[in-house]
Design a protein around this ligand. Structure first.
Ligand code: MSP
Length: 522
């Protein structure tokens, strides 16, 4: 655990052919929680997200809608992808678009360097291409189609037919890097996580790598190959470079030195691009490989990856309009083990909202504030003599802080929440046992009442600090009501139990109000 160390974290950049669904928002939220945690720990944090705007998929969508691809991208970024960040409270430090000049120029610089170093050659290619994946497919990547595609082979991810392409392209000598990649995976087992994704990728690379076609000639929506403007750069080659062009590669070397390498959070479907092609590209350019590639699982609907193309996409604001962005963030981080698939259901969301957020944490916060107002006039008392119950809670606060931080360090967001929730449950249990409402009735129990109230205020303040990266809105309100000093997001999270308050509380409206109707629920 490294106070003050640098933490550069990225999401994938999103295709702008369509609007976001909750699967995309899930990637954003997980990355955002990690970024907020590190920022609050005092690590020098930089959080990048953005959009992937070139390639055939975007070109086709734009053409079908009668606009140029750039117009289409501008429209989708402004009306859908940027607003998504506000909808789910994303705290990104930068937003890169692959049509930004800072990106296009330095993709060309990178490519030219690889060309000059002898890693690029011309060749012919014939293969099956999936426009949905923007990737050439091997026969083993295809499955039998069903329904309208009965009798044809389709992409296993998109369930749509692939196209046979035959082109004269530029190739990247990726096969040269097979051994170096295998060495990397072996010498740095953390490089690809979780284990299931790592095993799949190691097995894939062990079968031997082919060279990669990195240019296209049949359309022109892309970055021109610097030495041959009849070709555009393959969209994945272009897109992966966003992680360094946004960090100053080619434009601000000092900044790039400081930031790079990054931790990449991606869906498992695109882990291979990030853990194979991307490090090979970086090795060829003589740059450091990423710190880590984490391939999270999919949100499933009916057992399949949620997707707009399969019409199973749910828009994030369908959830946030009813439950709020905090509930969205909490639900996906606590209900799904990061790294595994998870099924979304309105019933599960609604049940957890009620039991964990409204009755568990929200009610605890409201009760504590209300009791301080009612029994001691809103002035937070000092604790007197501590019994085992109070000592136990203080010790729990300390161990929860350490456990949660260790869990975040291994990207186990759900484990961090499980740890923190021990404190929610123990504080609620403590109040039930101590019965401050009874203590308040006897003047001779005053000292004991003050100790109990001081203890619960302290615990709830620690919770506000620890939960701030996950539920920033509710914890900001709670912090204010507790009389916490400054902004809760600035309180050092690794010392969450050392927080300071001004000594007075203010009334607090319910943090997670009752939800009457559930839009979209069955
Ligand atoms: N543009 C590429 C990424 C380039 S990164 C250099 C791309 N874009 S995408 O918009 O299709 O997907 C972006 C991310 O959303 C991926 O990490 C993908 O795994 C994730 N998800 C898309 N559907 C998802 C679910 N149903 N569940 C969880 N994540 C999902 O790929």
């Amino acid at each position: 655990m490294s106070d003050g160390s640098s933490f550069y974290i990225t999401t994938p950049i999103f295709y702008v052919n369509d609007v976001p669904h909750i699967g995309h928002a899930y990637t954003e939220v997980a990355s955002d929680v990690l970024a907020r945690w590190h920022r609050q720990a005092g690590d020098d944090t930089w959080f990048l997200t953005g959009t992937d705007e070139h390639g055939q998929k975007i070109l086709r969508t734009a053409t079908a809608n009668g606009v140029s691809p750039k117009e289409w991208a501008d429209r989708l970024v402004a009306t859908a992808w940027q607003p998504l960040l506000a909808t789910i409270d994303i705290s990104n430090d930068d937003f890169i678009r692959t049509t930004d000049e800072r990106h296009e120029k330095n993709v060309q610089l990178f490519l030219q360097r690889l060309f000059d170093a002898g890693y690029i050659y011309t060749g012919d290619y014939e293969g099956f291409y999936c426009v949905g994946c923007e990737e050439y497919k091997q026969p083993t990547d295809l499955v039998d189609g069903t329904g309208q595609y009965e009798g044809v082979q389709v992409c296993a991810i998109h369930s749509k037919p692939v196209e046979l392409l035959q082109e004269r392209n530029y190739f990247f000598r990726m096969s040269d890097f097979t051994d170096r990649l295998l060495d990397l995976y072996e010498s740095n087992p953390e490089f690809i996580q979780p284990e299931s994704v790592r095993n799949e990728i190691v097995a894939f690379v062990r079968r031997g790598l082919h060279d990669l076609s990195i240019s296209r000639q049949s359309f022109d929506w892309g970055i021109k190959v610097p030495w041959d403007d009849t070709h555009v750069v393959y969209v994945w080659f272009d897109a992966l470079l966003n992680y360094i062009t946004a960090a100053g590669y080619g434009s601000d070397d000092a900044r790039f030195e400081e930031l790079w390498p990054a931790t990449h959070i991606v869906g498992k479907d695109i882990a291979r691009f990030h853990a194979v092609i991307w490090p090979a590209m970086l090795m060829a350019a003589g740059l450091a490989v990423p710190k880590q590639v984490f391939g999270h699982g999919w949100l499933l609907v009916g057992g399949e990856k949620m997707s707009k193309s399969k019409l199973t996409g749910i828009a994030p604001n369908q959830i946030t309009d009813t439950f709020g962005s905090d509930a969205f963030r909490y639900y996906f981080m606590s209900a799904i083990t990061f790294g595994q698939d998870g099924s979304f259901s309105w019933e599960d969301l609604s049940a957890r909202y009620q039991s964990e957020l409204a009755n568990g944490f929200g009610n605890l916060a409201s009760r504590v504030i209300a009791m301080v107002i009612k029994y001691v006039d809103g002035r937070v008392p000092d604790a007197g003599t501590l019994t085992d119950a109070e000592e136990g809670l203080r010790a729990l606060e300390r161990s929860v802080v350490a456990e949660a931080d260790a869990a975040i360090e291994r990207l186990a967001i759900q484990d961090a929440l499980t740890s923190i929730w021990q404190l929610v449950d123990q504080l609620n249990g403590y109040i039930t046992v101590q019965e401050p409402w009874k203590l308040s009735k006897n003047p001779e129990d005053r000292a004991r009442l003050e100790t109990v109230l001081a203890t619960v205020v302290h615990g709830v303040g620690t919770l506000a600090v620890l939960l701030s990266p996950v539920i920033p809105e509710a914890t900001t309100k709670l912090w204010q009501a507790l009389g916490g000093v400054g902004d809760v997001a600035d309180v050092p999270i690794r010392q969450a139990d050392d927080w300071q308050g001004v000594g007075r509380v203010e009334t607090l409206a319910p943090l997670f109000p009752r939800v009457e109707t559930i839009e979209g629920a069955a």
